[in-house]
Design a protein around this ligand. Structure first.
Ligand code: PEP
Ligand code: MG
Length: 325
């Protein structure tokens, strides 16, 4: 019932067999913050910072960004806020920064590629995030990483800006995690090595499904190929989780798949540590986790990984967990 779900607001997220999970909320606009604070979320799993940069002619200053980040971080009272650095390109364009026209923008300049090509965009953002870090608990997350070198170059900019701030006498937190989204197949295949450098992984299922199946996430004609519950995607996710865990790193998912009821039991049983979902989906997910045992779901996971297609996975999940359909 509504009341039973509401009473879960201040609870931790623990499965029947005692596994802990963290359910964060997605934040893309500042005005979503009040609802997130009431949602029962254990922090922000992805703070998309694009809104600060879009629909305006001037880039936001470091100071303006600092105020926005600090507001969100302090509002979460020490719960982790994962701030994703600017992820423009492809379908997200800026009027304040003209990008070259590309034949294939989904495979062109976007995400971390733009930030590394334009450090004058990334450095002020990193400084603003670092300065906001004393207001609570901050993690930095880079989008669209496809190789170790890219991650290390981005991380080096964090270290450089942190050193500069310290030299200027500006305090920053000493527990800032620096992680990455896993949303390219190359990052999946290199996850064993990336996990040595990144403090955490967050699976960006929206892009990862698109790149895994080579099927545009916004093209209806190929939508039949865009399948979260396909064994190809489930195997991909399992690899990312296992590679992260082998290096002692936590693994989250912040794409829309994390909020898909039929996917959630599989994700928790595969050992995903954290979910980031829309605020409204936090408590239903917590209730689901409370009612399930990860250990008892293992046969279902193995059958799903061995299935021939997404339809077969749905049938398996529906047969064992009909309440999700
Ligand atoms: C994703 O790709 O899953 C993701 C969370 O990033 P975005 O949807 O902003 O590209
Ligand atoms: Mg993405």
């Amino acid at each position: 019932s509504q009341k039973a779900v509401g009473s879960l607001r201040n609870h931790q997220t623990i499965s029947k067999d005692g596994n802990h999970y963290t359910i964060g909320a997605n934040l893309s606009l500042l005005n979503e913050l009040p609802a997130i604070q009431k949602s029962g979320a254990e922090g922000i799993g992805i703070f998309r910072t694009e809104f600060l940069f879009m629909d305006r002619t001037e880039l936001p200053t470091e100071e303006e960004q600092y105020r926005a980040y600090r507001k969100v971080v302090s509002a979460m009272h020490g719960q982790r806020v994962v701030i994703r650095t600017l992820d423009i390109g492809n379908d997200k364009l800026l009027t304040s920064l003209k990008l070259p026209d590309e034949v294939n923008p989904a495979l062109g300049m976007r995400g971390i590629r733009i930030s590394l090509a334009h450090p004058e965009l990334l450095r002020p953002q990193l400084r603003a995030i670092l300065r906001a870090s004393t207001a609570g608990r901050v993690a930095i997350m880079f989008p669209m990483i496809s190789e170790v070198e890219e991650f290390n170059r981005a991380r080096a900019l964090v270290d450089e800006e942190a050193q500069k701030l310290e030299a200027e006498g500006i305090k920053i937190a000493d527990n800032i995690e620096v992680g990455m989204m896993v949303e390219t197949p190359a990052a999946v295949m290199m996850a064993d090595q990336l996990a040595k450098y990144a403090d955490f992984f967050s699976i960006g299922s929206n892009d990862l499904i698109q790149y895994l199946f080579a099927a545009d996430r916004n093209n209806e004609k190929v939508a039949y190929l865009y399948q979260a519950l396909h064994p190809a995607m489930l195997r991909t996710i399992r690899r990312v989780i296992d590679c992260g865990h082998a290096e002692g790193k936590w693994v989250s998912m912040c794409g829309e798949m994390a909020a898909l009821p039929a996917a959630q039991p599989l994700l928790m049983a595969m050992g995903l540590d954290a979910f980031s979902v829309p605020g409204k989906r936090v408590l239903p997910l917590r209730q689901l986790v409370h009612g399930l045992s990860a250990r008892k779901l293992q046969p279902l996971v193995h059958q799903a990984l061995d299935a021939a297609n997404a339809n077969a996975v749905h049938k398996l999940v529906q047969a064992q967990l009909p309440q999700l359909y």
